[in-house]
Design a protein around this ligand. Structure first.
Ligand code: NAD
Ligand code: MN
Length: 357
């Protein structure tokens, strides 16, 4: 029996609904396969915790998480707590504290889902976006002077280090190399931003030398949105900064049908710390408690988690089960269906039990 310790942090809004669905599906995999076990511990951190204790998680939170093999995360965000508190109080400290510097966002159009682009259907869009997850525009550096006065100045400083850019570039080239097309697109804004962004381009060229079998090209981020929309087949693996990839991957999620199906993994490639797996979407308070949250992104990120744990048979089974269910038209309202979270979850569980391989 292979056992894994998983820390579940459902947090806010629809987070608890989709994480509960994910845990149900993991339990069915356990039963179906018989040789793996997930020891899941639940953490009640998030906005409700904040309202009680004034912090999103306890001060020794990271220490508590350290011993786990992976973190399964829902979403943060509440209507009555400022977004910078929820984000900087829980999700970002985990990403940064555990040096999860590679944020990996696969995008594909799943069977049964009608994407918004008329030039593109299932099979036409198959990307992995690699987002630099530890520095750049979200390094937290900056400040405000003369607060509230007419002469107020606010700065938001993007920090790029040679170590940080080189390691994400290596990760992206390696990932591109492992995919059939062996093709990487490096995104920057090195025409208008002429320091850190030019360094990105230079480091990309240096790292490319280590991967002679990978073809690569460069895009400016604004032109990249056009290429993603008009020529999606021309892309495969994509690497971009923290901010650029944040925006591009929301676009990618929408182009694939809905944010409700888009997963993400925050990886520490060196495996010094647990990595964290989550849906891309937020807490979606407009649909919280209605039972219609799409659990597919949370299932798909479980696929990423299983892959990271080396459980590739389980991950492939889960992905096939999800694709059978979407392909059968069992979809939540955000992707044009009428099914509830529970119905989609039960259908995936059935698909796991009834599959032979
Ligand atoms: P959101 O992703 O929560 O919702 C955007 C829209 O997509 C909403 O209409 C929502 O109903 C829909 N949606 C999202 N996930 C869905 C799902 N699984 N099934 C069906 N529909 C889904 O983004 P928002 O509304 O901009 O933000 C709400 C809160 O979430 C804010 O507080 C924001 O800061 C936070 N947020 C958190 C994360 C995170 O935890 N990683 C990411 C983005 C936003
Ligand atoms: Mn985002």
């Amino acid at each position: 029996m292979r056992e894994y310790a998983i820390a579940a942090i459902p947090a806010d809004g629809i987070g608890p609904e989709v994480i509960a669905a994910g845990i149900t599906v993991l339990a069915s995999l356990e039963k179906r396969l018989g040789d793996i076990k997930f020891n899941i511990e639940n953490f009640d951190w998030g906005s409700d915790y904040y309202k009680k204790y004034g912090v999103m998680m306890p001060s020794d939170g990271l220490n508590q998480l350290k011993k786990f093999d992976a973190i399964y995360f829902g979403a943060v965000g509440a209507p009555d707590v400022p977004d910078h508190i929820t984000l900087w109080g829980l999700r970002l400290p985990i990403c940064q504290g555990f040096d999860q510097y590679a944020n990996v966002r696969p995008t594909r159009i799943l069977p049964g889902i009608t994407p918004p682009l008329r030039n593109c259907g299932p099979g036409d869009l198959d990307w992995v976006i690699v987002r630099e997850n530890s520095e750049g525009e979200y390094s937290g550096h900056g400040g405000r002077a003369h607060k509230g006065l007419p002469e107020e100045v606010g700065t938001e400083v993007a920090i790029f280090t040679r170590v940080g850019v080189t390691r994400i570039m290596r990760y992206a080239f390696k990932l591109a190399q492992a995919r059939p097309r062996k093709f990487l697109t490096v995104v920057t804004k090195s025409n208008a931003q002429r320091h850190g962004m030019v360094m990105w381009d230079e480091i990309a060229a240096e790292v490319a030398e280590e991967f002679p079998d990978v073809t690569w090209d460069k895009m400016l981020v604004d032109a990249m949105t056009v290429r993603m929309t008009l020529n999606p087949r021309s892309l495969d693996t994509i690497v971009a900064t923290n901010l650029h990839a944040d925006i591009l991957s929301d676009l990618a999620g929408a182009l694939a049908g809905s944010l409700g199906v888009a997963p993400t993994a925050n990886i520490d490639p060196e495996r010094r710390y647990p990595s964290m797996f989550e849906p891309i979407h937020g807490s979606a308070f407009d649909i919280t408690g209605k039972g219609i949250a799409n659990p597919v992104a949370t299932f798909w990120t479980a696929v990423q988690m299983l892959d990271h744990l080396g459980e590739t048979d389980a991950s492939a089974r889960l992905m096939r089960a999800v694709e059978r269910v979407t392909g059968a038209g069992i979809l939540t309202p955000d992707i044009g269906g009428t099914a509830t979270t529970k119905e989609v979850t039960e259908a995936v569980v059935d698909a796991i039990y009834s599959s032979n391989s």
